[in-house]
Design a protein around this ligand. Structure first.
Ligand code: HEC
Ligand code: HEC
Length: 225
């Protein structure tokens, strides 16, 4: 399968580049990371100190905007639940290095060490997808059908998968918030969001803004095949 091979190739490339581009964490070699003070303590904390640590840190540092389960109601704030960890770490890296910009999220990313980015990304990778809340209005069937055909015509499904659930460095877009999808797609087209590779810039270059908005409408409401 062509697409799988493409995805695997880019995935290997992204992980190598991301690792190569990251400076070594300060003092990583000589100083062991301080263990988190876990109120739970006990056996489970001893078994998986890293997971417990970042679950707690997510609750205190990220959940206010992204929601405790990775889906918040805050406008413009993406759903993180169900995102692959490789995608998450790549985006955290882009924010930290100033290659993707958003004032509140960049401010958070600037404070993260390499270990933090890995820890948060691994934790995000464990969050099960959360279905979108029931819509206020019934879906516009004609617009959904148009979105589906656009997603095939422009090969969105090739990379994001028939279920639009992503994988590796490709994000899940099914059930993502419509306002955020719209903003992201327009950003790839205008150049405001450069992306880690040229994949998305190329993918949207021949798609009109009107059709991008239809794709955002469709993906936000798409609940899987
Ligand atoms: C003040 C609110 C705020 C806080 C706190 C916050 N974020 Fe974000 N985050 C955002 C916004 C807004 C975006 C979307 C930025 C954009 O549109 O480019 C975002 C985007 C992201 C993305 C990219 C998602 C995607 O689909 O591309 C990741 C990953 C992420 N945040 C992880 C985190 C983690 C991990 C933390 C905690 C360490 C955190 N965020 C804390 C507001 C926040
Ligand atoms: C060649 C593979 C490929 C194709 C084709 C493709 N995408 Fe993507 N898409 C990606 C990758 C990789 C990313 C991560 C962007 C980056 O480099 O930071 C992405 C990111 C996105 C995002 C951002 C999601 C988020 O959480 O921030 C949206 C939305 C998106 N794609 C929608 C689409 C749509 C709609 C189409 C069809 C018009 C499409 N993609 C076609 C690979 C692809």
């Amino acid at each position: 399968m062509r697409v799988r091979r493409w995805a695997a190739g880019v995935a290997a490339c992204v992980s190598v580049l991301a690792v190569a581009a990251l400076p070594p964490p300060a003092g990583a070699q000589d100083k062991p990371r301080p263990k988190s003070a876990s109120p739970a303590g006990g056996a489970s904390a001893a078994k998986a100190p890293q997971a417990v640590d970042y679950a707690q840190r997510f609750a205190s540092q990220c959940a206010a905007c992204h929601g405790a389960n990775g889906r918040s109601d805050m406008a413009g704030t993406p759903v993180l639940a169900g995102q692959p960890s490789l995608y998450a770490i790549t985006q955290l890296f882009l924010f930290r290095e100033g290659r993707r910009s958003n004032q509140p999220m960049t401010a958070v990313a600037k404070t993260l060490s390499d270990d933090d980015m890995r820890g948060f990304a691994d934790y995000i990778g464990t969050l099960p997808p959360v279905p979108a809340p029931a819509p206020r209005a019934p879906d516009d069937a004609a617009r959904m059908a148009k979105g589906k055909s656009l997603s095939e015509q422009h090969k969105c499904v090739f990379c994001h998968g028939a279920n639009l659930d992503g994988g590796q460095q490709v994000p899940r877009i099914a059930g993502q918030k419509e306002d955020y999808l719209q903003e992201s797609l327009r950003g790839f087209k205008s150049g405001n969001r450069p992306g880690y590779t040229q994949a998305m810039t190329a993918a949207v270059s021949q798609v009109s803004v009107e059709d991008l908005d239809t794709l955002a409408y469709y993906a936000a409401r798409f609940a899987g095949k």
